[in-house]
Design a protein around this ligand. Structure first.
Ligand SMILES: Cc1cc2nc3c(=O)[nH]c(=O)nc-3n(C[C@H](O)[C@H](O)[C@H](O)COP(=O)(O)OP(=O)(O)OC[C@H]3O[C@@H](n4cnc5c(N)ncnc54)[C@H](O)[C@@H]3O)c2cc1C
Length: 400
């Protein structure tokens, strides 16, 4: 097994590292700009240099580079290590852009893709409702066509970033008489308009990242529909494919190293915790999982590079679940190491680690890890998908 990328790719990595050392963190006049402007400057430079939005045509604001999964992987590794803002806009760049490129109308691509890539348009995802999460097709918010506009009524929940979003993509029931999955359409709408009420939901961590969104006769043009009327479920499936791909995995090893460091800095029975046999066992088990994630990623990468995508399917399905479980084991051990100090919010100076350039702490990560097993499809649902689609087991009982 050869785990190196080879000389051509090593040279590419060196050029990228040189670019990043010049470009992030910002210096000179750029250091005086506000955070958003700094990010936008970085994105335009990275697109111009061919390091971002590589698979997107230049006419839509991408850098239009030849497909090369190994270069993509190197870019991911180096960008993450540098803390550069390359993964901004999970819902925008991560979800609606690829969806519009795959199934949107040409005018929608022209109007929405480039400003979203540049960070000018911020999107939120209006799928979940109080009675429709895992069973998303039960959603009840409606859109009724009146002349040349859709009129939207209902209630979405857990809408990440709705408080900052300029636009929403969402699913609404447009054919009340049709069967559950067949009666849904996929609409785009402006968030800044009368009839939209965004109410923040405070999380366990104390932060406010998601919201409830209420619609009272909200309007959006008739042609702001993606795909055909009543075909929203099919469009959402395209989109969910990109959502499940969001979890990168690069930061698991850094979290693990931070955990080992924590085990060295904390004590058990008067000795460094890292010398305690039980802690060593738990660390070793986690290290095995981290290596499995890395090796599995290399295997998938080789398969994609060799145009053997059919070999990737099952490991992609397992990836999110395995990574979520591993992150939970990491933060749970960290929490045990911190002990009763975990009841207080620790500061960076005591327990903090840096992840993807943001400062966060173990307690925050511990509390947030519960959300990781729910967001983008809960772990139980992921297990069903692995069983049914990956292993060909009989289908789970469906209430409908
Ligand atoms: C951090 C975070 C961000 C989010 N951001 C957004 C967003 O931006 N936009 C948006 O629309 N939604 C968002 N969500 C919502 C998320 O998609 C839903 O929470 C998720 O789909 C689960 O739905 P639910 O909360 O209604 O739980 P439920 O569907 O009620 O599930 C409750 C429990 O039952 C289990 N369960 C349900 N059905 C089955 C089954 N058939 N077999 C086995 N077990 C089952 C689930 O695994 C879960 O443990 C976000 C959630 C989180 C945590």
């Amino acid at each position: 097994m050869d785990l190196s990328y080879g000389p051509e790719y090593d040279a590419f990595r060196a050029d990228l590292q040189a670019f990043l050392s010049q470009s992030w963190p910002p210096h000179g006049n750029e250091a005086d700009l506000d955070a958003r402007q700094q990010q936008q400057h970085f994105i335009s430079k990275a697109v111009a240099a061919g390091y971002m939005h590589r698979n997107i045509l230049a006419k839509y604001g991408g850098s239009e580079q030849p497909a090369d999964p190994l270069r993509e992987a190197i870019i991911g590794e180096e960008m993450e290590a540098s803390g550069a803002p390359w993964r901004l806009g999970a819902q925008g760049v991560g979800m609606i852009v690829p969806t519009l490129l795959e199934v949107g109308a040409e005018w929608q691509r022209e109007q929405f893709v480039e400003p979203t890539l540049k960070g000018e348009y911020v999107w939120c995802q209006g799928y979940s409702e109080p009675g429709a999460g895992s069973d998303l097709a039960s959603l009840r918010s409606t859109a009724r066509l009146e002349g040349d506009e859709w009129v939207i009524n209902g209630h979405k929940i857990w809408t990440s970033d709705a408080q900052d979003a300029s636009y929403m993509f969402g699913m609404f029931r447009t054919e009340p008489e049709a069967a559950k999955h067949a009666g849904i359409s996929y609409l785009l709408l402006k968030m800044d308009q009368p009839g939209i009420d965004v109410r923040p939901l405070r999380q366990l961590t104390g932060a406010v990242h998601f919201n409830e969104v209420f619609f009272d006769n909200v309007r959006t043009p008739a042609n702001w529909i993606v795909g055909e009327r009543g075909q929203g479920w099919q469009v959402a499936r395209v989109n969910l494919k990109y959502e499940r791909n969001l979890g990168g995995g690069g930061h698991t090893r850094r979290s693990y190293h931070a955990l080992v460091d924590l085990a060295r800095r904390t004590t058990r029975g008067g000795r460094p915790a890292v010398e305690d046999p039980e802690i060593r066992d738990r660390l070793a088990a986690i290290e095995c999982r981290v290596r499995c994630i890395e090796t599995s990623r290399m295997r998938s990468l080789s398969a994609v590079a060799n145009r053997e995508e059919d070999k990737v399917g099952l490991s992609m399905l397992v990836g999110k679940l395995y990574q979520t479980d591993t992150s939970e084991l990491i933060v749970r051990l960290a929490y045990d190491l911190i002990g009763s100090d975990g009841l207080l919010a620790p500061t960076d100076a005591t327990w903090g680690i840096r992840s993807q350039g943001r400062s966060s702490d173990w307690v925050d990560q511990y509390l947030f890890s519960l959300g990781g097993a729910i967001a983008a499809g809960s772990s139980n649902i992921q297990r069903n998908i692995i069983g049914e689609r990956g292993l060909g087991l009989p289908r789970d009982l469906r209430a409908s």
